[in-house]
Write a protein that binds this ligand. Structure first.
Ligand code: DX5
Ligand code: ZN
Length: 219
């Protein structure tokens, strides 16, 4: 699978979102990670539909929408209409995981399923045929700038093996605490989509993006 960087705008400067998005794009990022939080599934409230709608005209990047919200099926169609290319829901937040994943695909988006650090990876097993991507949290979801949980590496390895055994083409995304210093460890464990928030948007956004892309391209 192709390695992809998905910079998370949660760490961007919200008064200059367009500028920050374009800086990441000019550094070579093809995806944009959009973290939606509802104050229920996670304590924080980030942003929602209006923000995604406002930034959609700024760029043609792939919108990788990460819904950290309870019962997300209620909002899938809306986010699809507002330009998501992929929508990821949490296993822990869905009363009916299969129905949510089906709804994402029916809306024309790539379907992602995420699990928190404390959720057994076996929970993913029965959903492999319904997903295009698995998103493994490597921090407790809810805020940017946290430290990568070291036990994530083993969990990524397990899920990577699970995907290989299934013979399906499923992207493996990892989210939380990834920086230039540990991204290689995450890639080596089998991830191919890397979310980075603070490590991209704090400091020189274009240069940070270029540094990540270089590592992801194996240079
Ligand atoms: C955490 C979010 C992440 C976060 C990553 O709940 O899902 O996408 O923005 O931020 P960093 O890379 O700063 O850990
Ligand atoms: Zn995220």
């Amino acid at each position: 699978m192709l390695n992809i960087l998905s910079p998370s705008i949660l760490a961007a400067d919200f008064k200059n979102l367009e500028h920050d998005i374009k800086a990441a794009e000019s550094g070579g990022a093809k995806w944009l990670h959009i973290d939606v939080m509802d104050g229920m599934f996670v304590p924080a409230i980030s942003f929602g539909m209006c923000v995604q709608e406002s930034i959609r005209p700024c760029t043609d990047m792939f919108f990788d929408t990460h819904l950290m919200i309870m019962d997300p099926i209620r909002y899938i169609r809306k986010f699809a209409e507002l330009g998501s290319n992929g929508i990821t829901v949490h296993e822990e937040a869905c009363p009916d995981v299969r129905a949510a994943l089906k709804m994402i695909r029916d809306c024309g988006c790539r379907a992602g399923l995420s699990i928190n650090p404390g959720t057994p990876v076996e929970k993913l097993e029965s959903h492999l045929e319904d997903v295009d991507m698995i998103l493994m949290m490597s921090v407790e979801p809810g805020s940017g700038g946290q430290k990568y949980l070291p036990q994530s590496t083993d969990r990524i390895r397990q899920v990577s093996r699970m995907i290989k055994t299934s013979g399906r083409s499923i992207d493996l995304e990892v989210d939380g605490g990834i920086r230039l210093s540990n991204v290689k460890e995450v890639l080596d464990a089998g991830a191919n989509v890397i979310v980075a928030g603070s490590a991209v948007f704090h400091g020189d956004i274009k240069a940070n993006t270029e540094d990540f892309v270089r590592i992801l391209n194996g240079e």
